[in-house]
Design a protein around this ligand. Sequence first.
Ligand code: ZN
Length: 406
Amino acid sequence: MPSSALERFLRYIQVDTTSDPESKTHPSSEGQKELARFLAGELTELGLEEVNISPESVVTATLPASAGFDDVPVIGWIAHMDTAPGTPGRCTGAKVLTCQGGPITLDSGTQIPESSYLRETIGSKIVVTDGTTLLGADDKAGIAAIITAAEQLLSDKSLEHGKIRIAFTTDEEIGEGVLFLDPEQFGADWALTVDGERTGTINRETFSAERAVLTVEGVDIHPGAAKDVMVNAVTILADILCGIPKELAAENSCDRQPYINVYESTATIAEASAQIILRSFDDEGMEKVRAALINTVNRVRDENPKAKITLRYEVQYRNMREKLDERPEILESLEEAVRRAGIDPVWVPIRGGTDGSVLTEKGLPTPNLFTGGANYHSTTEWLSVEGLEAAVRTLVALASSSAKKG
Ligand SMILES: [Zn+2]
């Protein structure tokens, strides 16, 4: 008796796969190893081939092409096993209920706030937590959708399809998702991360991301004798951070606007530093936030000639749109597959990155598909069962329609 995507999902979320940014190991947590072993066992049992667990617990497998469909382009299906640090990840209090709209009061008293998505889902089944943990739809819903779609393709021989490669990655939430997935080795022509949100949404566009490290070197001396000698890195850093235009702060930015986010800082009189991220969908926006930061630093530097102020940049990832637009046939087949699943596709830009941004950059075009989830990384996370099932139908439609075209 085949399992439904929902049954699978409810099983996976009970394994605590919280990733740990402080860990020096790969994967960063034991629970990810446990889930990797479980998933590899399940894939083997279903009859997938080349099932492998890498030393970093990345699970890969192959769904072989139907007879006569070996020439069809290979599609990759990717989801991540870990959940976000900061919210407990072992979800044992999940409940399936019929959505009546919001707000929804969870067992702990926490409320899922009203939203247009909840309203749209009225009358359908949703999965919620008891309010003490996250749900794990991000991204165990993606894993459940992928395995269920593979099972359907294997069991229904009338669904002819090309070869599918599957990867379940680790530590996506701490930025290491595709560190151990070599696109060359993976061997797909293009791929799909099943790591999106609201039912029907597909993503071909992410932020471009830069990180800046700002350091201020001061001069420390006993405050009683500080006159004209002390250079206070604490206050100089504060001056810079307060000088960044407020309208460019992440908390004041939405839609397609770029932002600057200072997310960590330490300071003593002798030395102070801040970690800053810059995000924008386009070069123009990136120029704007970069210039705002540099201008502020330059002004404070002029006012404090005895302090040594440095600003270092690193590019983290690029908006995948540029490269994906070079392969319109991929985007068209994805859109068409969502439609064949009975859902209206909506392209939504992601105000963040996905594994796909890095993979696309590395030459494996990888747009992103919805799972039906919402409110990720929080105790109010929830999942539309209909959305999850629509993701399964989309994957099956994609595999079989690509085969027809091939
Ligand atoms: Zn995710």
